[in-house]
Design a protein around this ligand. Structure first.
Ligand SMILES: [Zn+2]
Ligand SMILES: [Zn+2]
Length: 279
């Protein structure tokens, strides 16, 4: 273990919602590192899913600020933070962007693993009855999956720590009394400890990050060599013009300019993706 760069390191995961438990397995198994949650951390000050505090920073910037605060509180040079965002655009699908950021203050490293997934949970919905609330709740797997209820004359009453059907029924009945002539909005709670599908995404990113930290740069030997981008432009199989299809993955170092290009398995793209053949 002693050859691993982070063996015995203590990494602070800036979270109030148990995310340290999601990274502990991958970071210990792959790196021999421990992951802790700093005490006394208030990540809600950077914005909440339920909207009491509006997010003003970009996801990456918010993760940077949180990670640094966690490192300060836990008094360690190694930090993790993740930031999720959920958008439902037009249709019924909710797009889940998740960013996991790692900071190594000693080596001056800041690395990001990110993913875009389709959330299995439905978007927020206006409801008008207790039955509608119970139907939505059952469909998303409540109470294991958390939910958020918002009502009141100006949407100022927010319930997000409900834990049983009885609690949901009584909160909804109360809201109906205090929300005259306005819709009550029900939505999934995306906080990691109340959202197994998001927790699974964070585990995958933690596994990717641990693997990346176990991979040294071939040139400068700094840990953290991994994917930094993609290259589009796979040629069309009919006309040979470059398409938007991904042609290669680009791997890079967080310390020096060394990069590596790995071509994807397919050599050509179907003409359906070609702007020349199929405009
Ligand atoms: Zn073509
Ligand atoms: Zn390097």
């Amino acid at each position: 273990m002693s050859t691993l760069p982070y063996a015995g390191a203590r990494v602070a995961f800036a979270t109030m919602h148990g995310k340290e438990q999601l990274a502990q397995g991958p970071f210990y198994d792959t790196l021999g590192a421990g992951v802790v949650a700093p005490t006394g951390l208030d990540t809600d000050q950077f914005g909440t899913f339920s909207g009491e505090i509006v997010r003003t920073l970009s996801p990456r910037a918010a993760a940077q600020v949180k990670a640094r605060l966690g490192m300060h509180l836990a008094d360690t040079p190694y930090g993790l933070a993740s930031e999720g965002s959920f958008s439902s655009g037009l249709g019924f699908l909710v797009e889940h962007h998740e960013v996991l950021l790692f900071i190594d203050e000693i080596r001056g490293l800041e690395l990001v693993e990110a993913t875009i997934a389709t959330s299995p949970l439905p978007p927020a919905r206006p409801i008008a009855t207790v039955d509608a609330a119970l139907t939505y709740a059952t469909a998303i797997g409540y109470p294991a999956q958390g939910l958020i209820l918002r009502g009141g004359a100006a949407g100022e009453i927010i319930h997000k720590n409900l834990n049983s059907l009885e609690a949901l029924r009584s909160a909804m009945s109360q809201l109906l009394l205090h929300t005259p002539g306005r819709p009550i909005v029900i939505s999934p709670d995306y906080r990691a400890h109340r959202c197994a599908s998001r927790a699974a995404v964070i585990i995958t990113l933690a596994e990717n990050m641990a693997r990346r930290l176990a991979t040294p740069c071939a040139r400068c030997h700094t840990p953290g060599f991994g994917q930094v981008g993609i290259e589009r432009g796979l040629p069309c199989s009919d006309c040979g013009e470059p398409t938007r299809v991904i042609a290669a993955d680009i791997f890079g170092c967080g310390n020096c300019p060394h990069t590596l290009r790995t071509a994807r398995a397919s050599r050509v793209a179907a003409p359906q993706w070609c702007d020349s053949c199929n405009p």
